[in-house]
Write a new protein. Structure first.
Length: 374
C-alpha cells in the first residue's frame, strides 16, 4: 500500500447556478471585536467568494467558526475577537452561491462507502478492526515525513508507560514528529520519568507506587524551574531522556498551553490562553497530518481550528486528522467533523504508540505488505 495524495477538484464556476451568483457582500465593522449582523462563519471546507464577476477567491489559511475579511483581492480568515473598526467582513449565510459564497464539501471526492442502507458496524467502536487503518497510517506517515508536516496533540497518558514513552521518543528522532501541541502535564510527567523513573509517583514499568511518590512531579517542576528552563535542565544533565529531551534535541517546535489545573507550571508553559491559541494555530496552519490522542479538551480544540485542507506550493491538498483515544465520545466528536480527512482509532494510546513505532520500523525495513485476499 503506497500513499498517494487524492487530487483536488476545483468547482466549475462556468456552470449554473454559479454563473448567475451575485458578488459576495462585505460590510465594515463598527465596534472592535464585533462582527456585522448576518456575518458568514467559516467551516472546515474550502470556501470561495465571488469578488468580481467570474472571480472566485478562496482564503488559503482557514479555520472553523471565524469570519472572512477582505483586503483588496485577498481574503483573510480572522477570529472575531481580532476585528477592528473598518474591517470589511463577508455577510451572507447561504453557501450554495446564492450569496456569492460557495462552500465545497467534497473537494477530494466523495467519502468511500457502500450503497447499502443497512450494514453492521458502520461507526467506529471498541469492536472495530483497525488493521487497515494502521497500514494506511504507516503509508501516510512515510509520505508526510518527507513531504508534509506531522503535528501531534498529546496528553500525559502517552508518557505514563515505559514502552510508549520510548516509542514516542524514537518517533521524534526518526522524523515522524514535526510539531507538538500539549499541556503542562505532558512535559512535567515526561521529565518526572527522566529524573525519578515514575509518572505521578508510580513506576513507569512496574506501576508500583514509590515512597513519597506523590512529591515526584512537584519536585521535578521545582528542579526544572530552578534550572530556569527545560533546555537548561536538559543541558545540565538533569533530564537525560524522554520525549521533551528528543523534542529539544531535534529542535521540534512545540506549544505547551496552560490550564487552571496546572501545578508549577513548567517555565515554557504559556499562561495566556489566547496567546497559546495563536501559537497553536501557527503550527496548525503548517500541518498536513494531525494525530491527536489521550487529551479530550486539547483534541477538540485543535480539531476546531484545523481545516480539512491546506494550500501548499503544489496546490490544494487534504489535511489528515487522526483521533486516538479509549473514549468513544472524543472519537465521535472529532469524526463527526464531517471531513474526508478525519480518521478515528479506538484503543489504548500506549498500545497505539508501540504498535505504530514498530510498524513503521518494519515498513522501512521490509516495505509495505501486500494487501490480503478477501
Amino acid at each position: 500500500m503506497t500513499f498517494t495524495l487524492p487530487p483536488y477538484k476545483q468547482p466549475d464556476f462556468t456552470q449554473p447556478p454559479l454563473t448567475d451568483a451575485p458578488l459576495a457582500r462585505f460590510v465594515p465593522v463598527e465596534s472592535a471585536g464585533v462582527a456585522p449582523q448576518n456575518f458568514h462563519a467559516t467551516s472546515i471546507y474550502p470556501e470561495y467568494f465571488q469578488l468580481e464577476r467570474g472571480m472566485w477567491v478562496m482564503p488559503e489559511k482557514s479555520r472553523m467558526d471565524c469570519v472572512v475579511v477582505r483586503d483588496g483581492d485577498t481574503l483573510h480568515v480572522v477570529e472575531p475577537r481580532r476585528l477592528a473598526p473598518g474591517d470589511l467582513v463577508c455577510v451572507g449565510r447561504r453557501e450554495d452561491g446564492e450569496d456569492g459564497i460557495f462552500v465545497q464539501t467534497e473537494p477530494f471526492g466523495a467519502v468511500d462507502g457502500g450503497a447499502e442502507k443497512f450494514a453492521f458496524r458502520t461507526r467506529m467502536t471498541r469492536e472495530s478492526s483497525f488493521s487497515i487503518d494502521y497500514d494506511e497510517l504507516y503509508s501516510l506517515l512515510q509520505y508526510e515525513r518527507d513531504n508534509g508536516f506531522i503535528l501531534w496533540v498529546l496528553g500525559p497518558a502517552v508518557v505514563f508507560d515505559h514502552d510508549s514513552r520510548e516509542a514516542l521518543a524514537r518517533l521524534v528522532r526518526q522524523g515522524y514528529v514535526q510539531g507538538l501541541l500539549a499541556g503542562n502535564a505532558l512535559a512535567t510527567h515526561d521529565m518526572e520519568a527522566a529524573i525519578h523513573t515514575t509518572a505521578l509517583g508510580q513506576g513507569l514499568y512496574s506501576k508500583r507506587s514509590a515512597p513519597l511518590g506523590h512529591y515526584h512531579h512537584l519536585d521535578t517542576l521545582n528542579e526544572v524551574r530552578r534550572a530556569g528552563s527545560m533546555p537548561a535542565a536538559i543541558e545540565s544533565g538533569l533530564v537525560r531522556n524522554g520525549v521533551m529531551h528528543a523534542i529539544h534535541e531535534k529542535n521540534i517546535p512545540y506549544v505547551l498551553a496552560g490550564s487552571i489545573r496546572d501545578d508549577g507550571p513548567m517555565p515554557e508553559v504559556m499562561a495566556d490562553c489566547y496567546a497559546a491559541q495563536d501559537a497553536m494555530r501557527a503550527l496548525v496552519q503548517q500541518a498536513t497530518t494531525v494525530i491527536a490522542m489521550a487529551t479530550q479538551l486539547h483534541s477538540i480544540a485543535v480539531g476546531n481550528m484545523t481545516p480539512s485542507y491546506t494550500v501548499t506550493t503544489h496546490g490544494v491538498r487534504p489535511v489528515f486528522f487522526y483521533s486516538v483515544d479509549m473514549s468513544e465520545f472524543v472519537i465521535n466528536k472529532l469524526a463527526n467533523r464531517g471531513s474526508l480527512s478525519a480518521r478515528s482509532i479506538l484503543t489504548n494510546v500506549q498500545d497505539f504508540l508501540v504498535t505504530t513505532e514498530r510498524g513503521l520500523r518494519d515498513w522501512c525495513r521490509e516495505g509495505p505488505p501486500p494487501p490480503p485476499e478477501e
